[in-house]
Every structure is written in structure tokens, then in C-alpha cells.
Design a protein around this ligand. Structure first.
Ligand code: CMP
Length: 132
């Protein structure tokens, strides 16, 4: 998911280019906006963290671009491509290093397991959009 900071900053194009150049196939994609409640459901696993409310406000502040991506070993490869959560610690050339503003406004989210990838895909897309 490309996050509000990167969409607002006009980085959607280069981010998608970098994702495709790395060999990921886009299965589904859209531009949409989350309500604060939607953001809270998406990030429910972080509900007890001190940054949760701020994260929900930020994630619902503007448009996002969720995508479902396909590649061999996709979860691990995508996490390498996007870099560390904190862009200050992300490796050179990673998406967060290139395009993120801060630890919170970190340009992009990647699923952390195949199981969560399936849950997060179903959060944004219908069966028809995923398989059509
Ligand atoms: P993401 O990988 O999408 O997962 C949780 C998000 O919470 C993270 O990226 C950041 O956008 C945000 N966040 C804000 N503060 C922190 C923090 N201290 N540690 C981890 N994530 C944070």
C-alpha cells in the first residue's frame, strides 16, 4: 500500500515503476481513502501501541494506493525492496529511503507474512477484483 505522504508528494509513479522493475506483477490496484475507523481495523494489531491514534489519523488523512502483488517469495522480497520501517535506517535505494518522509509517514506498507497478505488483500479487494 502506497501511503498518503507518498501519494501526496507525487511519488506513486516512481514507486510503482520500482516495484515492477523488481519483478512484481500487479494483480489488483486502486486509489482510495480510508476512514479513521477503517485505518484502525487495518492496523488493529497495533491498537495498544502509543502511535496507534496518530497512525490512524495519518492513514486516513489523504488517498492511498493499495495493491496486490505477485512474485516468488513475494513477502520477503518486497520487505527488502521497501527497506526498514524507519526511513533513516533504510538501505540506500530502497523505496522508504528514496521516498519516505518519516517513521510514521514512511511511504509504503508491505505485508509481513503470506497469511497477513491474504487478510490485507481481502480488506481492500473483492474476490472478483482479485481473480477476475
Ligand atoms: P507499517 O510498516 O505500515 O506498520 C505500522 C506503521 O506504524 C508503520 O509502518 C509506521 O507508518 C507507523 N509507525 C509510527 N510510529 C512507529 C513506531 N515507533 N514503530 C513502528 N511503526 C510506527
Amino acid at each position: 500500500m502506497i501511503k498518503p505522504d507518498a501519494v501526496t508528494d507525487g511519488f506513486s509513479g516512481p514507486i510503482i515503476q520500482q516495484i515492477e522493475d523488481a519483478g512484481f506483477r500487479i494483480v489488483a490496484i486502486k486509489k482510495t481513502k480510508l476512514s479513521p475507523e477503517d485505518a484502525g481495523r487495518f492496523y488493529a494489531v497495533h491498537a495498544e501501541r502509543p502511535f496507534f491514534q496518530s497512525l490512524c489519523d495519518y492513514m486516513s488523512s489523504s488517498h492511498i494506493i493499495p495493491m496486490v502483488l505477485e512474485k516468488e517469495n513475494a513477502v520477503e522480497e518486497f520487505r527488502t525492496l521497501i527497506g526498514s520501517t524507519n526511513p533513516a535506517q533504510a538501505a540506500e535505494g530502497t523505496i522508504r529511503k528514496r521516498f519516505a518522509r518519516s517513521l510514521e509517514s514512511n511511504a509504503i506498507h508491505g505485508s509481513d507474512s503470506d497469511e497477513n497478505a491474504a487478510i490485507e488483500s481481502n480488506f481492500f479487494f473483492t474476490e472478483q477484483e482479485l481473480n477476475g
